[in-house]
Design a protein around this ligand. Structure first.
Ligand SMILES: Cc1ncc(COP(=O)(O)O)c(C=O)c1O
Length: 511
């Protein structure tokens, strides 16, 4: 997403019929801006007064209406303008130029949102060559603009919600409450309700959520925890942080998730917890796992880091097992603008333990019941998460639509496409395909300007970090095979050129 801020002259040219014929370039800027989803148009909030004034004075000269009627026309025009462009604030860290106060406000507004100012004012371009750009130059650059598609455009998530985020951040900054407090509590209540769980406790990140949840389940040094061989390393690290031992179980090669049929063989008298991961946003088949846990007296911790909003058999992930650990890492379906994490559970005792563990082992200030940690969800992140939680379902639908496009269009390309069980409603965090020449495919996509990633290139058991567990190459062949062939295609709520990715993949796979 490219931010551009329109100078007053471009706006007035478009709003006044008499000027639009004189300056066709301004009209063209409007057309390109509003016809191309890669751009987000802005005007500086400090421009509004002046635009109102100029429109009023120009109309007064040319049409025979009362002041009240002209005002109505002007206000309707500005209202309509604000349906097309967003307002950019004028920040307080502005360098005011007293010879051109409004110009310096416009420049500062553009800087704050990392935008170029599109203008016809050559004086402004001379003075601010890095920020101001002539409308003619913008048109030329647009013609040449590349069709690069990043794997995920994180900046675009911020741009879509910038107004609501600004409001949330201001609320926290003005509250004077910067650790835990009402913003975190409000998010916890809202996320628990969303997850159909009774409790939510916010923590500092997803790894901590897993670690503290294991501690709350009373995992001790020397205990064993069953983990997938195919996962992000954080799942294993949380187990190691407790001094416990991760015991890997291979995935179902179709779903990539832990294979419930292989779990019982891995259970020993030291097993305490089964830790399935809803990888790539695809829910794990929980019922057989819960049955095994019940049979053997084990607890179940779910790693939901990649699956916000997914449903298993119609019920939202959040409390199928004893407790679910969530990450709000920025790229997640529900992502913060920094680190963040949480647990959800129906068990008040687990929630209470984590509530104490995250805050120095303390319930009452300076009274420490246990040796705890400093792992609290930041109120600024909680404010952002509250904004993003409101759009999570809508954004997951956008992801689902992208996944449906890929699945429909790539069916005869020789790529192995994701499998979805009939009881699963995935969150489509990632759209993962397989191809025997994965590396070559990734390179060709890159040449076509299309980003892709591998989740993940090295399985945890082959990482140097887990050398001492003694698992070498060949120990977990299903995970190893997956890691060698998988590729994640671009997917995200702001991706709107799926067609380009599909077209490129069709060409690459047909040659
Ligand atoms: C499956 C999985 N578990 C745990 C984590 C850890 O989350 P965080 O990065 O917030 O610590 C992540 C994300 O990075 C993840 O993808």
């Amino acid at each position: 997403m490219i931010n551009v801020l329109l100078d007053n002259n471009i706006i007035i040219d478009n709003l006044l019929g008499s000027r639009s014929n004189l300056f066709p370039v301004s009209k063209k800027v409007y057309e390109i801006l509003f016809d191309n989803e890669i751009y987000q148009g802005y005007i500086s909030s400090s421009s509004l007064d002046n635009i109102e004034y100029i429109l009023f004075s120009e109309l007064k000269k040319t049409i025979n209406l009362s002041n009240k009627q002209i005002n109505a026309v002007v206000h309707a025009a500005i209202k309509d303008l604000l349906t097309k462009v967003k307002l950019a604030k004028t920040p307080s860290y502005i360098d005011i130029d007293y010879d051109d106060i409004e110009g310096s406000q416009i420049i500062a507004s553009a800087k704050a949102i990392d935008a170029k100012v599109i203008t016809r004012d050559t004086g402004m371009i001379k003075k601010y060559p890095d920020i101001a750009m002539h409308a003619d130059v913008f048109l030329k650059q647009h013609d040449k603009s590349s069709t690069n598609i990043p794997f995920l455009d994180l900046k675009a998530t911020q741009q879509e919600l910038s107004t609501e985020l600004e409001q949330g951040f201001d609320r926290v900054l003005n509250s004077g409450w910067y650790i835990l407090g009402p913003e975190v509590e409000a998010f916890e209540a809202e996320y628990a309700e969303y997850c159909e769980a009774k409790h939510c406790v916010g923590v500092a990140n997803g790894l901590d959520a897993l670690h503290l949840a294991l501690l709350a389940l009373d995992v001790q040094p020397g205990d064993e925890v069953i983990v997938p061989s195919n996962t992000y390393i954080a799942t294993w690290l949380a187990v190691s942080q407790c001094g416990a031992i991760p015991v890997p179980v291979e995935p179902d090669p179709q779903t990539y998730n832990i294979d419930p049929a292989k779990i019982e063989a891995a259970i020993t008298p030291r097993t305490k917890v089964i830790l399935p991961v809803h990888l790539y946003g695809q829910p794990v088949d929980m019922d057989p796992i819960l049955a095994i846990a019940k049979k053997h007296g084990l607890r179940v911790l779910e790693d939901g880091a990649q699956a916000h909003g997914a449903r298993y058999k119609g019920k939202r992930l959040g409390a199928h097992g004893d407790v679910v650990a969530w990450s709000f890492y920025p790229g997640k379906n529900l992502g913060a603008y920094g680190d963040g994490g949480a647990i959800t559970t129906n068990d008040p005792e687990i929630a209470d333990r984590i509530n104490v563990l995250r805050n120095y082992g303390s319930r009452v200030k300076y009274v420490n019941e246990v040796r705890g940690f400093n792992s609290r969800l930041d109120p600024l992140q909680a404010a952002a998460l509250r904004v993003k939680l409101k759009v999570l379902d809508e954004w997951n639908i956008r992801r689902t639509n992208i996944a449906a496009c890929y699945s429909n269009e790539l069916i005869n390309t020789g790529l192995l496409l994701p499998f979805v069980s009939e009881w699963a409603e995935p969150a489509w965090h990632l759209y993962v395909i397989q191809h025997p020449q994965r590396d070559a495919l990734q390179k060709q996509l890159s040449v076509a300007g299309i980003g892709s990633l591998i989740h993940y290139p090295i399985p945890p058991h082959l990482q140097a970090a887990y050398k001492e567990l003694g698992f070498g190459q060949g120990y977990f062949p299903i995970a190893e095979d997956i890691h060698q062939n998988i590729l994640s295609l671009p997917i995200g709520p702001q991706l709107n050129n799926t067609d380009t990715v599909i077209a490129a993949l069709k060409v690459i796979t047909s040659t």
